[in-house]
Write a protein that binds this ligand. Structure first.
Ligand code: HEM
Length: 441
């Protein structure tokens, strides 16, 4: 067995400021120097393994997935704020609930949600201020949150509750990031009451959702939205989810489904602004389509080039830029022995820019995803993960993003005055600011 190259705790300490700002360049340097796999020492006994090898990633997510669980980053650190839903659980608990939640996201079911989704999108896009250069990311954040909220509850009269829920979700996420980046201050966060304060916020969010669910049940009205599907889902013994479990799953859908989509949309719009020829081609593909007709699925199928633009946007800026796992049994990755309980980060960002596979990886070229030209990129492209834990909302997200880009390009030409956007990788890969101007067509 070969030793895995190790980055010392000293080197991490020396680079701590740049790592805190954006860890991606540090990791890239390590990969370039040390090869496809390396480990980083974090403290006296802790180690984190990083891999960008397509073989390792496939083995972990697919071939040997049974040996790998979600790490405690999600099942403990994140779960304490958002509960034990799909994203944050493992084993039988996860399997049982995946079986119950997944049917709500089948393509056929989603078809029924497309009307709600496109109304929510159109409503939020009314906030665009034409000919004003401004950061588009907050709008994309609100839009993605509203799309999840409307798809769950199909209600327009709870905007204030939803704004509060968004505020709590985001504030708690900021706390989590603090805890992850400064683990040595854990004792202080407990002592100064910060964790207790955020747990109290989580409780408020849960109460708010409980009230909305109760209103639905007492109304006796069937809506055919995501909440209805979750209410109707049954365990094998015919019983329904407890109220607490239902709230966990709803909170997870907000958490997993809003920031990721907002990031992908902001990056894709920026890339379109930087590439006017691609933007023109995308506009041509939507110009003849009446997006206000009710044939949403037909429209989406006709928007193949816009789909490619979104796919290429997520290649360059995958919102889930690392996927974390911990092995519950020992394993072997290539020539390396991996002891049980190793924390592993799969470097999706690196894989999506692997120069041995992608031609001119830095260039925004949606044609790569044209089904006519595409080479088999399945081992080099994981925006939604892979294997049994693959994103349950992937079709939902793709439909939503295609509709948003189409609605925008149909009305506006998008431009920007900046060369690059600074990225701010936190739990997801997100842009710091995306200044865009919308010129009316
Ligand atoms: C561009 C948007 C999105 C991206 C890039 C994305 C990415 C991902 C990835 C990579 C995973 C797998 C994580 C892992 O294996 O550790 C995941 C899981 C998940 N995603 Fe998404 N996601 C997006 C949108 C959504 C939406 C819209 C929803 C729901 C409304 C959603 C719900 C979930 C859930 C519940 C899981 C956990 C699935 C499980 O473990 O069984 N995601 N997502």
């Amino acid at each position: 067995m070969k030793n895995i190259p190790t980055v010392s705790a000293y080197r991490v300490f020396k680079n701590r400021k740049s790592i805190l700002k954006n860890p991606l360049p540090f990791h890239n340097e390590n990969f370039e120097k040390l090869g496809e796999i390396f480990q980083v020492k974090i403290g006296p006994s802790g180690l984190i393994l990083f891999t960008r090898s397509p073989e390792h990633i496939k083995q972990i997510l697919q071939k040997n997935h049974k040996k790998y669980h979600k790490s405690t980053l999600q099942t403990e650190d994140l779960a304490k704020y958002i509960g034990k839903g799909l994203l944050t659980s493992n084993g039988d608990h996860w399997r049982t609930h995946r079986r119950m939640v997944q049917p709500a996201f089948h393509k056929k079911k989603l078809e029924g949600l497309l009307g709600i989704m496109s109304d929510a999108i159109r409503d939020e896009l009314k906030r665009i201020r034409p000919e004003v250069l401004e950061d588009i990311h907050p709008l994309m954040g609100d839009l993605a949150f509203q799309v999840v909220a409307q798809s769950l509850f199909s209600r327009n009269d709870i905007k204030e509750d939803m704004a509060e829920l968004k505020r709590i979700t985001e504030t708690n996420q900021q706390m989590l990031i603090k805890e992850m980046r400064q683990p040595y201050l854990g004792w202080w966060f407990k002592l100064n009451g910060a964790i207790a304060h955020h747990l109290k916020l989580s409780k408020e969010a849960r109460n708010l959702l409980d009230k909305i669910i109760e209103e639905r049940i007492t109304s006796g009205v069937e809506k055919d939205d995501l909440l209805d599907m979750l209410l109707k889902a049954r365990y094998e013994d015919g019983t329904a989810m407890s109220r607490d479990q239902l709230i966990d799953e709803v909170l997870i859908l907000f958490t997993a489904g809003h920031e990721t989509t907002a990031n992908a949309l902001s990056f894709t719009l920026f890339l379109l602004a930087k590439n006017p020829k691609v933007q023109e081609k995308a506009f041509q593909s939507v110009s003849g389509i009446d997006l206000e007709n009710q044939n949403h699925l037909e429209n989406i199928s006709a928007l193949a080039y816009i789909k490619q633009c979104v796919e290429e946007g997520m290649r360059l800026y995958p919102p889930a830029y690392y996927i974390d796992r911990m092995n519950i049994e020992e394993d072997q990755l290539g020539e390396h022995h991996i002891p049980k309980d190793t924390m592993i980060l799969l470097a999706v960002y690196e894989l999506h820019r692997d120069k041995n596979f992608w031609e001119q990886p830095e260039v925004f070229e949606p044609e790569r995803f044209n089904p006519k030209n595409k080479k088999d990129f399945s081992n080099y492209y994981y925006p939604f993960g892979a294997g049994p834990r693959m994103c349950v909302g992937n079709n939902f997200a793709m439909y939503e993003m295609i509709l948003v880009v189409a609605e925008i390009l149909k009305k506006y030409r998008v431009q920007t005055n900046v060369e690059e956007i600074e990225i701010d990788p936190l739990i997801s890969l997100r842009p710091k600011e995306v200044p865009l101007e919308f010129i009316q067509r």
